[in-house]
Design a protein around this ligand. Structure first.
Ligand code: PEP
Ligand code: MG
Length: 315
């Protein structure tokens, strides 16, 4: 960590060669918006709407949701705000959307699958988002969680368009969607990689289980290859590919992710300063070389060391 980073001027995120890498905030509540802006967030890369309703027994009303989304969008006039449709299941159960009795909730009816099973809830959420969007000046993007197939992508994008959502995308956090990212991005306007679940599902290791925590490491080259597949697909399709998992908050891993094709990074606002400072140490060519070094490793620990060595050479 750098002592000077927190007090550095809040310039937009960029690499040493001037390549823009927008630095965005992960938020679970509009109350965090002011602090995020103060810490230099250029917008919101992940608004976790399910956090608003974790203790609710009934689905939130359109009016309740409109109020929450309006408050969020008002805090970011002219800025990009990526709102995720309710992501219910496993680590984020919602009583009104989930069956609590599944044996393997991480592999169950969750995320977009749960929303499709209760499509009225999804339609109400899109209604509230469209109304909040119409009343405010932010650039609203909406994405679906836990998308595993091209068909799910088409379903969500088509439905979002019905509500006049102009920018509709999907999260890439299941290996199948990373492997099919070229096809998925033919339909979606953007992808956002959730490295927390992408790592969990790639490594088959419960993200909340301490006994397998050593597997839950986004530096693992298997995870990095899936990020690269998604980044390549973004470039081919001319579509943005953001990162919104915790990996983006690790400054050197952030450089690697940009080298693999990520076009924006979203993180807890307290991580923004260090990531901003580290990006400025490397050009896009450097980032690609550092990413190549990490990709060529056998495991997470050696990927990290290889990236550190490559970064020291290019700095
Ligand atoms: C992720 O899975 O990386 C992600 C950003 O979503 P969440 O942590 O809310 O599951
Ligand atoms: Mg996730």
């Amino acid at each position: 960590a750098r002592a000077d980073a927190a007090s550095a001027p809040r310039t937009p995120g960029a690499l040493a060669d001037g390549t823009a890498v927008p630095l965005l905030a992960n938020l679970g509540n509009a109350d965090g918006a002011e602090e995020a802006v103060a810490l230099g967030a250029e917008g919101v890369g992940l608004f976790r709407t399910e956090f608003l309703f974790l203790s609710a027994n009934q689905a939130p009303t359109v009016a309740q949701q409109r109020e929450a989304y309006t408050k969020l969008l008002q805090a970011f006039p002219g800025k990009k705000v990526v709102v995720r449709a309710l992501d219910a299941g496993a680590d984020k159960p919602l009583a009104f959307l989930n069956d609590a009795h599944e044996e393997n909730p991480a592999l169950g009816l969750r995320g977009l699958r749960a929303l499709r099973a209760s499509e009225d809830i999804l339609r109400e959420q899109l209604t509230a988002l469209a109304e909040a969007d119409a009343a405010t000046e932010a650039d609203l993007w909406v994405m679906a969680p836990m998308v595993a197939t091209v068909e799910e992508t088409e379903y969500f994008v088509t439905l979002a368009r019905e509500y006049d959502i102009k920018t509709a995308g999907v999260m890439v956090e299941v290996p199948s969607s990373a492997l099919l990212a070229d096809r998925i991005l033919a339909h979606a306007d953007f992808a956002s990689i959730g490295t927390n679940d992408l790592t969990q599902y790639t490594m088959a290791a419960d993200r909340l289980l301490g006994s397998v925590a050593s597997f839950q490491d986004p530096w693992h080259p298997a995870v990095l290859r899936l990020v690269k597949a998604t980044g390549d697909a973004g470039r081919t399709n001319g579509k943005p590919v953001g990162i919104c998992g915790e990996a983006a908050a690790d400054p050197l891993l952030a450089v690697v992710l940009v080298g693999l094709g990520a076009t924006s990074l979203s993180m807890a606002p307290t991580a923004l300063a260090d990531v901003r400072a580290t990006l400025l140490d490397h050009t896009l060519d450097d980032a690609s070389r550092i990413a190549e070094a990490a990709l060529a490793a056998d495991d997470a620990a050696s990927a990290r060391v290889a990236a550190q060595e490559a970064a020291a050479r290019t700095k």
